[in-house]
Design a protein around this ligand. Structure first.
Ligand code: ATP
Ligand code: MG
Length: 435
């Protein structure tokens, strides 16, 4: 992509209501625009990141054996009346009337709808287990939408739902999601720590929140000091096998959110007290929805029993902000490689110059031929402005081509994260990026 034609409306000044760094940087880098309070348009740069996160989330759900479907954003109120949540959900739910004066709502979550889909199709224990998910926009009329996409009103969520015959089956599904979540966040370049959590308004008795540690986190969290060093990607789990030992290992050290914190459970000298951002939440809630909605299967001896369910959410759009909170410096965003909107920023220091321009055009063509995503700053701007923009948008690599370097047959390769710069010949630089 050539920056001269890329729609990336960067800002010099940011609105004063942007209180936290990720919100400010997303506005400054031209990733999002506010449409109304807590509701955002995703501009091309932001949208590319959102899609990359979504894709990693999807790959790990698929790997764990979950199947993707897509439910609508608008739901009928009927099912929510059956589950009893139409009243309970309160003002966070956006209620809508259609032209026939039927009560509709913009889904804040999908337990009711998925249970309805399940009950109409599955009647026998032979239909179990089922593990389904979708990635869809949600609406919650938050009292205080703030922090940009971190607490929006409209936001993108991955939500999965499991259906099993009994607790043992539901725990197997829970463990799959537990491990899938660890892998997902690690692949996104994040250290997310599973913490025992209150089950909250969705109910149930087994629940973990996945929390990344960041100063601007909304909740106080507590964990054993050795937990952040655990590495999940060192081996590939077998999702067909029993994952209980792995889940045990990850839950063997103390970690709890504010509501669940018990100072007696971890010696003070081994405890980290920090702020955290919730990026995922998994619940087992038994028959809370299957009972009122009549989602039952017949067992081997022909008796109908309500199915045991769990639900598992990841805040896909919140993650864009959360990753920036975890990975930035004074000059701007520092994208982890896996989610960067482009892998390389190519900077032509002298746009009118035939030699630098020729070299840049050549590099641009070669990188693209190798399938490397590159943003090519071909604008006629001062070098200082170009460097500042590149640092702001945080692409992992910068390739800088100027007349003085070219005299010596050299271009400069900079790693955004470390600031480390290297002078290299053209071919050497290209093979570095390909490798
Ligand atoms: P919170 O306590 O932050 O309000 P929640 O418990 O209401 O979260 P869940 O219902 O478990 O959230 O939703 C699953 C995930 O969706 C959360 O872990 C979070 O990452 C994300 N999420 C929830 N509310 C919002 C929001 N208003 N804006 C962006 N993401 C959100
Ligand atoms: Mg909430």
């Amino acid at each position: 992509m050539r920056l001269s034609s890329f729609f990336m409306p960067t800002l010099k000044e940011v609105p004063s209501e942007a209180q936290i760094v990720s919100h400010r940087l997303m506005l400054r880098a031209g990733m999002i625009r506010q449409a109304s309070a807590g509701i955002y348009s995703w501009l091309p740069l932001g949208f590319r990141v959102l899609k990359k996160i979504e894709q990693i989330v999807r790959e790990e759900q698929d790997r764990a054996g979950a199947q993707e479907l897509l439910m609508p954003t608008i739901q009928s109120a009927d099912l929510w009346k059956q589950s009893g949540r139409y009243e309970d959900y309160g003002k966070e739910m956006l209620r809508i009337q259609d032209r026939h004066e039927r009560e509709m709502l913009y889904g804040p979550t999908n337990e009711e709808l998925i249970t309805d889909i399940f009950r109409s199709a599955c009647r026998s224990y032979r239909d179990l287990p089922k593990l389904l998910y979708h990635i869809q926009w949600k609406f919650r009329d938050e009292v205080r939408p703030r922090f940009g996409v971190m607490r929006g009103r409209e936001f993108l969520m991955k939500d999965s739902y499991s259906f099993d015959l009994d607790y043992a089956g539901a725990k197997r599904a829970y463990n799959k999601m537990f491990v899938a979540y660890l892998r997902t966040f690690a692949r996104l370049g994040l250290k997310a720590i599973p913490m025992e959590a209150e089950a909250g308004p969705i109910g149930g008795d087994l629940s973990h929140e996945f929390i990344i540690l960041a100063e601007t986190g909304e909740s106080a969290v507590f964990c054993h000091r050795d937990l952040p060093a655990f590495d999940v990607l060192e081996s590939e789990p077998d999702f067909a096998a029993d994952l209980e030992p792995m889940v045990r290992r990850w839950t063997s050290l103390y970690a709890a959110t504010d509501q669940k914190h018990d100072p007696g459970k971890c010696p003070k000298d081994q405890l980290i007290e920090a702020r955290g951002i919730e990026v995922g939440h998994i619940f087992y809630f038994g028959t809370k929805y299957s009972e009122p909605l009549g989602a039952a299967v017949s067992t081997q001896d022909g008796k109908p029993v309500p199915v045991h369910m769990g639900s598992y959410g990841i805040g896909v759009s919140r993650l864009v902000g959360a990753i920036i909170e975890a990975s930035h410096d004074d000059n701007g965003i520092v994208w982890p490689d896996a989610v960067a909107p482009f892998a390389v920023g190519l900077v032509n220091l002298k746009a009118g110059d035939p030699r630098t321009t020729g070299t840049c055009d050549d590099i641009y063509a070669k990188l693209r031929a190798q399938g490397i995503e590159v943003l090519y700053d071909d604008r006629d701007e001062r070098p200082g402005a170009k460097f500042a923009d590149m640092d702001l948008i945080g692409l992992p690599w910068q390739l800088v081509v100027g007349p003085r370097g070219l005299e010596r047959g050299q271009i400069e390769l900079k790693r955004r994260r470390t600031g480390e710069k290297q002078e290299l010949g053209l071919e050497a630089a290209l093979s570095r990026l390909a490798g």
